[in-house]
Design a protein around this ligand. Structure first.
Ligand SMILES: Nc1ncnc2c1ncn2[C@@H]1O[C@H](COP(=O)(O)OP(=O)(O)OP(=O)(O)O)[C@@H](O)[C@H]1O
Ligand SMILES: [Mg+2]
Length: 175
């Protein structure tokens, strides 16, 4: 099996001298392609911090993170942005849908930024929306749909471009 994600001795500190919080203390693990991993822990134990580091949204203080064989702790910001949009799908805790875009346009965003030809976008969006039971809502705005429907819209956006790794922070939490 392929290793899609590998963390090697990750540490993360917030703050600076005199006021330091160690949010992650030497974490190592790996995840194989096709595996589903859930992480549980007390509030403040470092779950979101770790997810942000894996998402390449935040940087580690020490250690290495390999995503599909690439050490993302070594990438520069420009390479990171590209790596992120091509390989990762995110579902954020508050979903981060854009209120000025319809459900359909929100989902399409993940394809547009990856330069998928316009002619293919409609079909791909429709296919994933159908799978997740939100095909009837494609023309609505996020504020016109329910919490659970927003959640499924965010999930559709995270998977429509078929990322190698999907990262989600409490995706089943109350909406
Ligand atoms: N930007 C920051 N600056 C300083 N300390 C931070 C920052 N973000 C988080 N922390 C601290 O780092 C620790 C880990 O926080 P984190 O948000 O990763 O926890 P969590 O496991 O996701 O918690 P929850 O279950 O409540 O979401 C906590 O002690 C928190 O107070
Ligand atoms: Mg958290």
């Amino acid at each position: 099996m392929d290793t899609i994600l590998k963390l090697e001795h990750i540490q993360k500190y917030y703050g600076n001298e005199g006021n330091i919080t160690q949010a992650i203390k030497d974490i190592s693990f790996s995840v194989e392609t096709g595996e589903f991993l859930g992480i549980m822990g007390a509030s403040g134990s470092g779950k979101t911090t770790m997810l942000n580091c894996i998402s390449t949204i935040d940087t580690v203080s020490a250690g290495h993170i390999f995503l599909a064989g690439t050490d993302v702790t070594e990438l520069k910001e420009k390479e990171l942005a590209r790596f992120r949009r091509e390989n990762l799908g995110f579902v954020f805790q508050d979903f981060n849908l854009l209120d000025t875009l319809t459900v359909s346009e929100n989902i399409a965003l993940a394809l547009t930024i990856n330069h998928v030809p316009a002619a293919q976008i409609g079909e791909k969006v429709h296919e994933i929306a159908k799978t997740l039971g939100i095909a009837d809502l494609l023309g609505k705005y996020p504020y016109q749909v329910s919490g659970g429907q927003k959640q499924r819209c965010a999930c559709a956006r995270a998977v429509v471009h078929k990322p190698k790794l999907i990262l989600a922070d409490e995706p089943t939490g109350d909406a």
